[in-house]
Write a protein that binds this ligand. Sequence first.
Ligand code: CA2
Length: 148
Amino acid sequence: MSRILLLNGPNLNLLGTRQPEIYGADTLPQIEARCAERAAGLGFDLTARQSNHEGALVDAIHDARSDCAGIVLNAGAYTHTSIALRDAIASVALPTVEVHLSNIHARERFRHRSHIAPVAIGQISGFGPLGYLLALDALAAHIEGATG
Ligand code: CA2
């Protein structure tokens, strides 16, 4: 079975503990479990990883080359700062869907710019944890050739 990498960046391990009005009440393990179920329904295995460290996220993206058909990525604040993550996505050339729990375009100006967006096949932002499931649907459809 093909595999998808679900990769979450800095501070997302704290989901469900603070700022539920922005990021929702679900914990990351709950989100990961729901994503694994959704992926299985779509015919994919799921590897879920999270790190607070930029280099570890780059390594996870590189590792995905060996066994993954695509990536769902919430790079957290690195979205707005990291050329290294952008380059990693571009270099592995795996279809990547960018996800944000909050609507980054409706928040502070510094969150409006994404370095990931130009190398992603699309961005889902503002739908809370549902966004991860929508991203899996979109990525599976893309991998199966149903979309551009
Ligand atoms: O909306 C998103 O998913 C973000 O990627 C979340 C990042 C933020 O820097 C991006 O601009 C948008 C921050 C994640 C912080 O996660 C927390 C979780 C629990 C409590 C506090 C922060």
